[in-house]
Design a protein around this ligand. Structure first.
Ligand code: SF4
Length: 363
């Protein structure tokens, strides 16, 4: 389809539809580069409804880029707790400092420069350029891949490099000069409200007439993706180590899974191992602590992208009591009172354990 025809049949109906159907979202109240950046980073892999309270809380606490750059990393992490993909916080912190010191606090209005900043890839750079600056740059996320593969009936797998290049090219061709802010958001909104992964409401779609997959009756087969791998089940033992009214927590390393978050010690249970024995071993290996494992307080299931974890949690004591940890895995540790748990950022499964602990009379 020629570009002008694409604009007439797809881009214009999309922008007009967005004008009347867009949801009222807090990051659409002003299109500052800072608010676009924070909202887009939060929205990566995360649903809009889940992001809204985090975004509002974040903006109340860190209303400007400068407030982020002077905040402590731990403070930022606390306001991110529960959103997952914690390396995003580290990148936000680094990028805020770079913009403050190297760009006098102003986001560069330049795609190449944006791409040099930590945590800003082609999608986020495209979002800042188009939504904040209203410059003609495309962006492609999972929603847009789905819409474009359906509209243009792409038959090749979206994991293939050539398909990805083709999708970005199509997203670029759809841009209406001077309307990138609205066109890109209209695609994102269509993916969220109409062209959903399952049961899209095609009868309400503004571009139904131009949608090849709809015409050919193969919507369900688009996009073509490799079957996703099943989440690997993992059994984990966790020890709530208690000394009088204090609890032992440790900070995860700055790299790897859930960097810098605080947690109760523990680890994977080996094949054929009892959870209690796994705990004694883990405390010894990671902290050189000798512990006595007491009452079991919870069995929780928690899903991650690639794992489904069953977590067995026990109260533990130090035997003898006067031991100091030698850290082989964690980067830091604290003995804290239960009322101080709120001051630390924990992974979601540990936060559930804290809630469970609060219900026990042991606190
Ligand atoms: Fe998606 Fe249906 Fe619209 Fe095609 S017609 S873009 S499949 S909602």
């Amino acid at each position: 389809m020629e570009t002008s025809l694409l604009h007439q049949q797809i881009s214009l109906p999309l922008v007009n539809w967005f004008d009347t159907h867009q949801r009222k979202l807090p990051w659409r109240e002003e299109y500052s580069p800072y608010s676009v950046w924070i909202s887009e980073i939060m929205l990566q892999q995360t649903q809009v409804d889940r992001v809204i309270p985090y975004y509002l809380r974040w903006m109340r606490r860190f209303p400007t880029l400068e407030s982020v750059s002077i905040a402590s990393y731990d403070d930022l992490l606390k306001f991110w707790e529960g959103l997952g993909y914690y390396s995003r916080v580290k990148f936000i912190h680094k990028t805020s400092k770079i913009i403050l010191f190297q760009y006098s606090g102003q986001f560069p209005e330049n795609h190449e420069e944006l791409l040099k900043l930590p945590g800003i890839g082609p999608y986020t750079a495209g979002a800042i350029m188009s939504i904040a600056f209203n410059k003609n740059y495309p962006l492609v996320d999972g929603n847009i891949v789905r819409i474009l593969t359906r509209i243009f009936n792409f038959e090749s797998s979206v994991e293939r490099k050539e398909t990805k290049i083709y999708i970005w090219k199509k997203a670029e061709e759809l841009l209406l000069p001077g309307q990138a802010r609205w066109l890109n958001q209209s695609l994102m909104e269509l993916g969220a409200l109409i062209c959903t992964p399952k049961n899209p409401t095609c009868h309400e779609c503004p571009v139904q007439k131009s949608c090849l997959s709809f015409r050919l009756g193969c919507i369900e087969e688009r996009p073509v993706v490799q079957p996703s791998k099943k989440a690997v089940p993992i059994q984990v033992a966790v020890g709530i180590l208690q000394k009088d009214d204090l609890f032992f927590i440790q900070q995860r390393p700055a790299y790897g899974l859930m960097p810098d978050l605080w947690e109760f010690p523990g680890g994977k249970i080996n094949q054929g191992e009892k959870p209690e024995d796994a705990l004694v071993r883990e405390f010894q290996e990671e902290l050189q602590f000798c512990v006595q494992v007491g009452k079991k307080i919870a069995t929780l299931k928690h899903g991650y992208t690639n794992f489904s974890v069953t977590l067995h949690a026990y109260l533990c004591n130090l035997v003898p009591e006067n031991q100091s940890p030698i850290l082989h895995f964690a980067s830091d540790y604290r003995w804290v009172k239960s009322e101080d748990f709120m001051a630390y950022a924990f992974p979601a499964a540990n936060r559930r354990l804290i809630e469970r602990l609060a219900k026990l009379s042991t606190i």
